[in-house]
Design a protein around this ligand. Structure first.
Ligand SMILES: OC[C@H]1O[C@@H](O[C@H]2[C@H](O)[C@@H](O)[C@H](O[C@H]3[C@H](O)[C@@H](O)[C@H](O)O[C@@H]3CO)O[C@@H]2CO)[C@H](O)[C@@H](O)[C@@H]1O
Length: 751
């Protein structure tokens, strides 16, 4: 386990009371400043080994390393040529962000957005480690995740669920933790989709026109964190960026990623996102995937690249591509006893080892701690041995045709535990909510009445026979190439529940019994119609929980664990409140700039239904004693371009608050640090920005002090004139609270 004592990430430390385990070893703060390679090899050493091997290669072998073998020409979704003389294997590249795609006997973890709603760095790391362990176990060299693009500016975005949150700080931390976990387990992580891929409709034609400051402060931010975590590879996206394809955009590949962020790994194309031979090579692409289009045509590299070198592509550029790919392989220690590839994508994923180990425990913990309790009138939850319960809705059961019946999960039948597209995996099992509730209810002798379709009459009739009704609804989305009605191209057409979920809840409400609504969803849905029903007493936001769906839900419903998830996005009252939508005309000018999600709601003074960071518990927490301390004389004006290490260094300021569990049961809380910057000249700022969080566990009556340490990055803005990060100066509002809209404890910090 690496050292956790260095870097002053804007991190929180529990300094009194009982400890919260972090990676099961320590309650000290995360330190992301100087992350050593767990394999003990520095990038310098990895590059030296790569250079030695490179010297032995012919031009033909070099192009074989940087060119995929072609779609479905190899057992993984991406494969490259083996070079036996340097003991280099055919590289296996495989999705994805929730588990090993197209493979049997693997785990399906909660989706990225669900991991974000835990707000727990420990669980994010453990999920990443387990993902990486399984990938390594089946000989995957490059695991295609995690996702920071889309960031999620458009709530309808089809692939938002693969990533974490529209807040760049939260996504950045989740990226770092996931990458550290995956790479410590030995697999090369892949930060994707770089960059500006915020919608599925027209994703291969749209240009994302993103201004310089918005690029740095929003969309690039989590990729910078990925590079800080030593990510081995980055996948460039389908869209154009300011008019030029992302996979041949010199500014974003050579400029931002490789030069400014000092990225040492390699850039691969998204599948068939390459458009040219020479331009892509000269602007910074290092590997093309899958090496052809989906029909075996469009082979831009391979022999075509070889015939352009030297000449239109310099030999040194081809060497740079190969060096980056080989160095990343050495950096992860994959040259030493790496398992043989047993992935079997096109033949049912059979024949490999069972790599699940005890990962169901991690899957369940993330699933459970990512559940957000939005409403709980009359303390209807936790359940108190009800005599009878009606379980209503098709989302309570597994798809009767089987959890994996639809290819790439391309349907919405049965309970929803992941979205659809390439970011999916085959369930080893799927714990259904109904089954888990039935099992748990036997202890209490509760009678269970079921209506497991979305029929309104059947649902109402079941509710009439029970003391309490639990109604399950969902909302699905996914990737553009899979057509699931009513989404024509992955993005959601509206933010309503599917299968007339509003009508189902309304019909059940007419039975007059108290109702608990459970929502499985890829992102925000509108809850206004449901909230208007007076007998809807509770809303449980169960997200996208993966294989442990039912078990984790029962943990919360029955109070074995008090809910402790928090929303990683805003739930609005109307769709229009978000102020953004997918572009239909092939151009998105990103006019909203840095004002997405809560930044937009705060600036426009729009009351959300449930704000970013919100989540109830079965207990309550008080916030007090916000104190400022530290060495205020740390020099913040460093002349000239700031290297990444400077941005991640401490400013010397520490901010603390005391959190007390003022209720009657134990529970975890997430103190969140928000900063409000003063206007600087013509530069305005969001009313508040997240700059820290920590999950802490408190027994009834217990208090803990949390401390956040500010990094330079956290109190800087991107100055378009100097083309550099500039320190914020003046009076900064500081708040530590349980959500973005709660008051918590606050003060002014003079910077
Ligand atoms: O999986 C690697 C990356 O692939 C991108 O998605 C592609 C996906 O993997 C692939 O299965 C799909 O293929 C379909 C193809 O688009 C379609 O034309 C053909 O008719 O059917 C194919 C499959 O049934 O294409 C996807 C791209 O369109 C992801 O963007 C990336 O995140 C993955 O890592």
């Amino acid at each position: 386990m690496r050292s956790l004592t260095l870097y002053s990430l804007l991190s929180a430390t529990v300094v009194s009371g009982s400890t919260v385990t972090r990676r099961d070893t320590s309650d000290t703060a995360r330190d992301y400043s100087n992350l050593p390679n767990p394999k003990g090899i520095s990038w310098t050493q990895a590059y030296a080994r790569a250079n030695a091997s490179l010297a032995l290669l012919s031009k033909d072998e070099k192009t074989g390393i940087v060119t995929g073998t072609g779609w479905q020409k190899g057992t993984c979704v991406g494969n490259t040529r083996a070079i036996p003389k340097i003991k280099y294997p055919s590289l296996c590249l495989q999705d994805g962000p929730v588990g090993i795609r197209y493979q049997k006997q693997v785990s399906v973890f909660p989706a990225g957005v669900h991991a974000a709603s835990t707000w727990d760095v420990n669980l994010m790391y453990k999920r990443g480690y387990a993902l990486g362990e399984e990938a390594r176990g089946v000989g995957v060299h490059v695991q295609l995740g995690p996702v920071a693009g889309p960031l999620g500016k458009i709530p309808h975005g089809g692939r938002n669920w693969e990533g974490f949150s529209p807040d760049p700080y939260l996504t950045g931390i989740a990226m770092m933790e996931t990458i550290m976990g995956m790479q410590e387990a030995g697999v090369q992580a892949n930060a994707k989709h770089y960059i500006g891929n915020e919608q599925e409709v027209s994703r291969t034609t749209v240009t994302s026109n993103i201004d310089d400051r918005t690029m740095h402060e929003l969309y690039l931010w989590p990729f910078a964190d990925a590079v800080q975590a030593n990510v081995a590879s980055v996948m460039c996206s389908y869209n154009k960026l300011n008019g030029t394809w992302a996979c041949e955009n010199e500014k974003v590949l050579k400029g931002l990623l490789k030069s400014e962020l000092e990225f040492k790994g390699y850039v691969m194309s998204d599948w068939d996102a390459q458009h040219t031979t020479v331009e892509s090579a000269n602007t910074g692409l290092d590997m093309t995937m899958p090496g052809s289009d989906f029909n075996g045509g469009n082979v831009y590299w391979g022999k075509t690249l070889a015939s352009s070198v030297p000449g239109r592509v310099a030999e040194s550029r081809l060497d740079d591509m190969v060096r980056r790919v080989l160095a990343s392989w050495y950096y992860l220690g994959q040259d030493q006893g790496y398992p043989t590839t047993t992935v079997n994508s096109w033949k049912g994923g059979t024949g490999g080892p069972n790599v699940q180990k005890d990962h169901k425990d991690v899957a369940r913990a993330v699933a459970r701690d990512g559940i957000v309790l939005l409403k709980n009138d009359d303390n209807i939850l936790p359940l108190k041995s009800p005599k009878s319960l009606a379980i209503i809705g098709q989302d309570a059961i597994v798809n009767p045709k089987g959890a994996n019946a639809c290819a790439d999960r391309g349907c919405d039948d049965g309970t929803l535990a992941m979205g659809y597209g390439s970011g999916t995996a085959e369930y080893p099992y799927l714990s259904a909510p109904l089954d888990a509730i039935k099992l748990r209810s036997t202890k209490d002798g509760t009678k269970i009445i079921t209506s497991t379709t979305d029929s309104t009459s059947s649902g109402a009739s079941a509710a009439k026979q029970a003391d309490i009704a639990i109604v399950f609804i969902n909302s699905n989305a996914g990737e553009q190439y899979v057509k699931v009605d009513p989404n024509p191209e992955g993005d959601r057409i509206n933010l309503d529940p599917w299968h007339n979920g509003n009508d189902l809840v309304s019909a059940v409400a007419k039975a007059g019994k108290p109702i608990i609504v459970v929502v499985h969803s890829v992102g925000p849905i509108l809850l206004e119609k449901i909230l208007a029903l007076s007998n809807v007493k509770a809303i449980v936001w169960a997200g996208l929980p993966g294989q442990e769906s039912g078990n984790s839900l029962a943990d919360i419903l029955y109070g074995d664990t008090a809910p402790n998830g928090k929303l990683p996005y805003t739930i609005a009252k109307t769709e229009a409140d978000y102020g953004v939508q997918a572009s239909q005309n092939k151009v998105d000018n990103f006019k909203e700039g840095i004002y997405i999600d809560y930044r937009h709601f705060d600036k426009a003074k729009i009351e959300p239904r449930y704000e970013f960071g919100f989540g109830l518990s079965y207990t309550t927490f008080d916030y007090a004693n916000l104190t400022l301390s530290g060495d205020k004389n740390v020099k913040r004006d460093i002349q000239g371009p700031k290297p990444q290490s400077t941005l991640y260094a401490s400013t010397g300021h520490r901010i603390s608050a005391t959190i007390t569990n003022s209720g009657k049961v134990a529970g975890a809380e997430v103190p969140q640090l928000y900063l409000s910057f003063p206007t600087i000249g013509a530069v305005d700022f969001p009313p508040q920005q997240l700059r820290g969080f920590q999950k802490i566990f408190l027994k009834p009556g217990e208090s803990k002090k949390v401390t956040f340490t500010l990094r330079n990055k956290d109190v800087s803005y991107w100055d378009i004139r100097s083309q550099d990060w500039s320190p914020v100066k003046g009076q900064v509002g500081v708040k530590i609270a349980g959500s973005s809209r709660l008051t918590g404890a606050s003060r002014i910090l003079n910077l």
